[in-house]
Design a protein around this ligand. Structure first.
Ligand code: CA
Length: 696
């Protein structure tokens, strides 16, 4: 090739490259506002008053907005600005991200939406096509808690364990990596965070016998940078040098052959970051199986279950840990939302980390060292008398380590507070917790055997019938973290209410399980405004400002763990929606009428009373966690089996044992149940159905 020909060739190549679709997409990314969300922007996320650029609004995860156009004097003038239908019937848990007028959010099944934040007009949609069979390994619904935005890309973790990077402008796929062994029962429901060019993501599976870990991927190309396992593995396994001191320490606190059962400690939700200390905070989940008598039969603290970990984001090295529930056996996760705030305690300015984990104690830690500053019960707690300030350990009542007898205690597995985020208002000094009063009857599952498919908790769910008949309730709790005292509360008739948002307008926003979106004054808890939205809200609201108008948005779609297990609230089936409010909003919210199910035709039943009773026990153990407690009318998210068609009752064995409906998320129970067991369950469900029939 002569020099001239070479030059022409290169020019041609350059000209062609300009028209390649990839270059066009790259150019668009370079111009997009999302491109400007870099490390400097994320560090000062709280300063971008009109935006909401990371999950908890800032790295400290305060969920506090300085906006005050909507305030305690005018909140009663709120109205609907726009609504967006996500076209799904499962739970909505996402916190939308807003960057310069564009909103990025997720619906059920990890579907990502980009919307015009002024109007709700869809800009693009990306469906990861998660096989619905993954619903069978999602303990707590096919939910997703949202995306991260960084340098022109949108990141999402999908239910089937992928981490995905999309073009913020177009929704085009840039890269995706599988972050889990998809042959095992892992899922992702949590929102990623981006710290120093790395996307941080964990996963769920704590009810299925999985081993927890958190991973960091290069935000540019999806290359794995590090992975920190939260519990030790097979002692024969090689551990990277940077993780070894932490893993060696943890291994000494386990007994038996825990690694064959998973161990747990899954990192399924909360993360926070302090740029000054350069520490990434990670909340870890429950023991897996729950029952320590089968998981680690000789006892031990089982590090790092139910813990808060401080990790160096560059390397994954552990700096400190604080374990809220040593040797957990009650599903007491410490995956609840963590908030970083500087508080004056005993005259000293302290860099604190606050958490209200499931176990019922509100913790204030020194976030530089992990030292316990204070811990007090924020809901009814019967499993421990308090937290020892010297050792940082709960003062446990030993009888609660159930083995040979059932133990009824508070809180239960749904926790004094679950994943629904709390918020912190620096003006009032209060933390707003979606709190709940729950209990549970814990007892050991006889002849526990590890199953490749299905739950592995080692606890007999059928014992729930031994619980006192109190209905679990919820309340919005305004907690003073310095005094460790309640300042005010708003009681709710039912638990499982939404996460909270607080603003400089002296406001707290929260959706409720009974289908309302409510605004309270942040200082006193006075109800200022509410709207009926027709479905239970579990997600957290966000607020943002465009062209001088402040908006408040919340995703409304009933679902999640409590809804699956029987938290029927009697509201009509309403499609999932994203609702946005503003002062003097004039939009009309479409409401859906409740259709009471027609009493089904009875089905002939010849089973003995004994068989029906056995079926009832098996139903409680294996079916109720998804289909709800039949006697209470099902959960309202997945089918109430009483209303199944006669054809379904005819195919019961095929569905339950052979996995005939696996594609719809119904797993096979071949490893747990025999044909006679399935017959008993079928008889029990038919007995419930026939009991419903109105006699003429
Ligand atoms: Ca759990």
């Amino acid at each position: 090739m002569t020099r001239k020909v070479k030059l022409v060739f290169l020019l041609l190549l350059a000209a062609c490259a300009a028209f390649l679709p990839q270059s066009e997409a790259q150019k668009k990314t370079a111009d997009s506002p999302a491109q400007k969300i870099d490390d400097a922007a994320l560090k000062k996320a709280d300063a971008r008053s009109g935006d909401w650029i990371t999950h908890g609004r800032d790295y400290a995860e305060t969920r506090f907005s300085p906006l005050k156009q909507i305030n305690d004097a005018n909140a009663s003038e709120l109205g609907l600005a726009w609504s967006f239908n996500t076209d799904t019937s499962r739970g909505l848990e996402a916190t939308p991200i807003i960057v310069d007028g564009v909103m990025y959010t997720t619906g059920s099944w990890s579907i990502v939406f980009a919307l015009d934040a002024r109007t709700g007009k869809q800009l693009w949609k990306w469906d990861p096509q998660v096989p619905h069979s993954y619903g069978a390994r999602a303990c707590c619904d096919a939910v997703n808690r949202g995306v991260a935005v960084y340098k022109g890309k949108v990141y999402v973790g999908t239910l089937d364990g992928r981490l995905v990077a999309l073009h913020a402008e177009t929704g085009q796929l840039i890269w995706e990596v599988v972050t889990v062994d998809q042959a095992k029962q892992y899922t992702i429901t949590g929102a990623p965070r981006v710290v120093k060019g790395k996307v941080i993501i964990g996963n769920g599976g704590g009810e299925y016998g999985m081993r927890g870990y958190v991973s960091a991927y290069d935000a540019a190309n999806g290359k794995l940078a590090w992975r920190f396992f939260t519990v030790p593995g097979d002692p024969k396994e090689e551990v990277p040098a940077v993780m070894k001191p932490a893993m060696d320490k943890a291994a000494k606190t386990w007994t038996g052959e825990w690694w064959k059962l998973g161990g747990g400690g899954t990192v399924w939700d909360s993360l926070a970051y302090d740029p000054e200390l350069d520490l990434l905070y990670v909340g870890t989940g429950n023991g897996s199986p729950w029952n320590q008598n089968v998981r680690s039969p000789g006892g031990g603290d089982n590090l790092y279950l139910s813990s808060i970990l401080a990790i160096k984001p560059d390397t994954g090295a552990l700096v400190w840990h604080y374990q809220t529930t040593p040797g957990d056996m009650w599903d007491f996760t410490a995956t609840q939302h963590m908030i970083l705030a500087d508080l004056t305690i005993n005259g000293q300015r302290r860099k604190t980390l606050m958490q209200a984990p499931k176990n019922g104690f509100f913790y204030v830690l020194d976030r530089a060292t992990g030292e316990l500053i204070s811990a007090e019960a924020y809901v009814s707690v019967t499993w421990a008398k308090g937290v020892d300030k010297k050792t940082g350990r709960p003062i446990e009542s030993p009888e609660h380590r159930y083995k040979d007898k059932t133990v009824v205690m508070q809180p239960g597995p749904l926790g004094g507070h679950n994943w629904q985020p709390m918020s912190f208002n620096p003006n009032t000094g209060l933390v707003y917790i979606p709190a709940q009063e729950t209990g549970f009857a814990y007892g050991q599952e006889r002849d526990f055997k590890y199953k490749d498919r299905g739950w592995n908790i080692g606890v007999d769910f059928a014992l729930v019938k031994d619980m006192p008949a109190a209905i679990p309730t919820g309340h919005l709790l305004a907690w003073d973290p310095v005094a460790q005292k309640e300042r005010w509360r708003v009681p709710y008739v039912v638990m499982w209410n939404g996460g909270t948002l607080t603003t400089a307008g002296n406001l707290v926003f929260q959706g409720t399980a009974d289908g309302r979106f409510v605004v309270y004054s942040a200082d006193k808890g006075a109800k200022l405004w509410q709207v009926n939205v027709g479905t239970g809200i579990i997600a957290s609201p966000v607020t943002y400002e465009i062209d001088g108008i402040q908006y408040v948005s919340v995703m409304a779609g009933w679902g999640g763990a409590f809804a699956l297990t029987g938290g029927s609230i009697g509201l009509p089936a309403t499609p999932g929606r994203l609702l946005t409010f503003a002062l003097n909003g004039k939009g009309q919210l479409e409401m859906f009428a409740a259709k009471p199910p027609k009493p089904p035709e009875p089905i002939e039943l010849t089973a003995s009373a004994e068989m029906i009773a056995k079926g009832g026990d098996l139903f409680a153990q294996y079916c109720a966690v998804c289909h709800g407690i039949a006697a209470l009318g099902g959960g309202g998210v997945l089918p109430d089996l009483k209303y199944s068609s006669p054809a379904t009752f005819n195919s019961f064995q095929k569905i339950v044992l052979d996995g005939a409906l696996l594609g719809e998320g119904m797993p096979s129970f071949k490893q747990s149940l025999q044909a006679a067991d399935v017959e008993a369950i079928r008889a029990f469900v038919i007995s419930q159905r026939n009991g419903l029939t109105v006699k003429k």
